[in-house]
Design a protein around this ligand. Structure first.
Ligand code: AMP
Ligand code: MG
Length: 399
C-alpha cells in the first residue's frame, strides 16, 4: 500500500478528536450504583436538589452575634449544635453559642470565634469588631436549588462522587463502556503461558493495551493473534470491526510482511493518516472501515504504548461519551542538558523526581520494555527545538 498521509503529531491528534467527535454516536445509557459509577462517564446533567447550604451555616465554633453590638459584653441566651434545628433568635445585646456546621440563628449576622472571646458565666466579651457575614456561609453560597452542578460527559472521579453523594444520588446514569477489540499481529508472538523459542517473543502489547483501554474507561476484548499473512489477518480484522473500536498492534511498517493496511483495505478502509512525525510510533495508522474507527499501532512495545496514550486513548474516551479528552502534559525543568534531532515530536521514557526535575531514562530503543518500567513519565521533545539546557523547561507526559 502506498503512503496516504504523513502528519505532525499535533495534526494527528486534531484529526482523531475531530473525526471521532463528528462521527460518534451517543452511547447507550446504564443506571448504576454510586460506587459503580466511579471512573465512568456521566450520561445526564445533575441539578442541585436544594440550596447549599440550605440555611446559613457557621464556619467556626464560637458565638453568633450582631455586628452592631461589637465590641462589648453580650448575654448568652442559649446554644445551637450541628445537626440541631435552630429554634432560637439573637436579639440586641445577645449572643448564642454555636458550633461549626450549625445553623446561624435569625438576628445574628456574624460569628465570633471562640478563640477571640472571653466567657464569664452567662456573659461573653467580644473585643473585636466583625464584618457582617464573617465566619458564616450564607444560604445557597455553594449552589442554588435547581442549578446544574454536573454536566453529562464528565468522568466521575472522587470529587464527583462526593458531589453526587451530597445530592443524594443513590444511582447514576452513565454511558456504556466503549468496547475495544485488540488485535496483535506478528509471526514472532507467543502467548504468555508458552515458553518462547529464541526467535520468538511474548505478546505483551495485547496486555498493555487492554490495561490502557480499561484505564480509559473502555472494555477490552483481546482477539487471537494474527500471523503475518493477509487472509488470517483480514478475518480477524473483520471480527474486530464488530466492536466500537479496533486496535491493531504491529504490521504497519514498510516490511514485506506488514499486511495490516491491506487487510483493512478489504473492508473499504478510509485512512486519515498512516504516518505521524512522532517517535516512538512513526508508522501509526488511523482510519475507519465498516463504520468503525481503527488504529494500526506500530508493534514495538514503547510505540504501542505511546501511540495509545497520545492518540488512541482520545478515541476510546470520546466514543465513550466523554466531552473532552486531554493529554496529561505538563512542563518540568531538565536535570541535565538534552538534545534530539528535530523534526519529530518525541516521547521518551523519563523520570520526574520529587525535586521536580526531569531526566530521560537510558534505553536501547522502542523495544526496551525494562526501560519503560524504570520510567514514571515521558519527556516530550518539541519537533522544532534541538537543544535544551539544564534547568530549561520541557514537556512531560504523565501516563
Ligand atoms: P512491527 O510493528 O510488526 O514491525 O513490530 C515491531 C517489533 O515490535 C517486532 O519485531 C517485535 O519485536 C515487537 N512486537 C510486535 N508485536 C508485539 C507484541 N504484540 N508484543 C510485544 N512486542 C511486539
Ligand atoms: Mg510485525
Amino acid at each position: 500500500m502506498g503512503l496516504v498521509a504523513t502528519v505532525s503529531f499535533q495534526q494527528a491528534r486534531k484529526l482523531v478528536v475531530e473525526r471521532v467527535k463528528a462521527l460518534r454516536q451517543r452511547p447507550a445509557v446504564e443506571r448504576v450504583g454510586l460506587l459503580e459509577a466511579a471512573g465512568r462517564v456521566l450520561a445526564s446533567d445533575v441539578a442541585s436538589d436544594r440550596d447549599y447550604p440550605p440555611e446559613p451555616r457557621s464556619m467556626r465554633d464560637g458565638f453568633a452575634v450582631r455586628v452592631g453590638d461589637l465590641p462589648g459584653w453580650l448575654i448568652v441566651t442559649g446554644e445551637v449544635r450541628a445537626g440541631q434545628a435552630c429554634e432560637i433568635q439573637v436579639g440586641p445585646g445577645e449572643a448564642v453559642e454555636i458550633m461549626t456546621g450549625a445553623t446561624v440563628p435569625p438576628g445574628a449576622d456574624a460569628v465570633a470565634m471562640v478563640e477571640h472571646v472571653r466567657v464569664e458565666g452567662a456573659r461573653v466579651a467580644v473585643e473585636r469588631v466583625l464584618r457582617e457575614g464573617e465566619n458564616i456561609n450564607g444560604r445557597g453560597c455553594d449552589a442554588g436549588q435547581g442549578q446544574i452542578l454536573l454536566k453529562a460527559g464528565v468522568r466521575i472521579g472522587a470529587s464527583e462522587v462526593a458531589l453526587l453523594a451530597t445530592l443524594g444520588c443513590v444511582e447514576v446514569e452513565v454511558f456504556a463502556r466503549t468496547r475495544v477489540a485488540i488485535l496483535a499481529t506478528g509471526d514472532e508472538l507467543v502467548d504468555l503461558d508458552r515458553k518462547p523459542a529464541p526467535h520468538q517473543i511474548r505478546n505483551s502489547n495485547s496486555w498493555s493495551l487492554a490495561m490502557q483501554v480499561v484505564r480509559a474507561g473502555g472494555e477490552a476484548v483481546v482477539l487471537a493473534v494474527a500471523p503475518d499473512e493477509i487472509e488470517s489477518t483480514a478475518r480477524l480484522v473483520e471480527e474486530g470491526l464488530q466492536f466500537d473500536l479496533l486496535l491493531l498492534s504491529g504490521g504497519v511498517s514498510a516490511g514485506k510482511y506488514d499486511v495490516v493496511e491491506q487487510a483493512l483495505a478489504r473492508y473499504g478502509a478510509e485512512f486519515y493518516f498512516d504516518r505521524v512525525k512522532l517517535q516512538p510510533g512513526q508508522p501509526c495508522v488511523f482510519g475507519r472501515a465498516n463504520g468503525k474507527f481503527f488504529f494500526g499501532l506500530p508493534g514495538n512495545p514503547a510505540s504501542t504504548l505511546v501511540c495509545f496514550e497520545t492518540l488512541a486513548r482520545a478515541a476510546v474516551e470520546l466514543l465513550g461519551g466523554l466531552e473532552e479528552s486531554t493529554l496529561k502534559v505538563t512542563r518540568a525543568p531538565l536535570a541535565a542538558p538534552f538534545r534530539h534531532k528535530p523534526g519529530l515530536t518525541r516521547f521518551l521514557p523519563a523520570r520526574l523526581e520529587e525535586n521536580g526535575r526531569l531526566s530521560p531514562v537510558k534505553w536501547s530503543g522502542s523495544g526496551d520494555v525494562p526501560a519503560l518500567a524504570r520510567a514514571n513519565c515521558f519527556l516530550v521533545a518539541d519537533p522544532d527545538i534541538e537543544e535544551y539546557g539544564e534547568g530549561e523547561m520541557i514537556g512531560v507526559l504523565l501516563a
